[in-house]
Design a protein around this ligand. Structure first.
Ligand code: 5GP
Length: 130
């Protein structure tokens, strides 16, 4: 069975998309730790990040950096944190989380936003991509 992120990539499940190219996609996390919590995902379904071919891994880091820069321009925060876990979804993804507080990296504290807010936020971040 394809991962939930492959289903998003295949447009079988909707997402609040921020960026996409032939190798990667970035969209808002559905259960965010903080406003603007974003996932950067390779289209190739690989379970663990350090199993990725080196070139793809480095390209994912470049893509994530571009999204993080746009995120920091859009969402007021002290800095954008980065985390890789994958215990819930075994398809490589980089979490980018606008941080004001260490607790926002714990995945214990969640924020709720309306569909309209999430749509508008994804568009604002996308507009700040260079
Ligand atoms: P991890 O696998 O790194 O532990 O966490 C997976 C992350 O994916 C979680 O933060 C969770 O909220 C997010 N997530 C799970 N399912 C979906 C989904 O269908 N759409 C989006 N946008 N995010 C999801």
């Amino acid at each position: 069975m394809p991962s939930i992120f492959t289903q998003i990539i295949n447009k079988e499940i909707p997402c609040y998309k921020i960026a996409e190219n032939d190798q990667f996609i970035a969209f808002l996390d559905i259960n965010p730790n903080a406003k603007g919590h974003t996932l950067c995902v390779p289209k190739q379904e690989i379970n663990k990040i350090f199993d990725m071919p080196e070139t793809l891994y480095l390209d994912l880091m470049r893509f994530s950096r571009e999204v993080a820069v746009a995120l920091e321009k859009t969402v007021p925060c002290k800095r954008v944190g980065m985390s890789v876990i994958g215990l819930e979804v075994p398809h490589v993804h980089v979490h980018l989380i606008p941080l004001n507080d260490m607790k926002q990296m714990t995945f214990q504290q969640k924020v709720t936003q309306s569909e309209g807010e999430l749509n508008a936020l994804a568009k604002q971040i996308a507009n700040n991509l260079v």
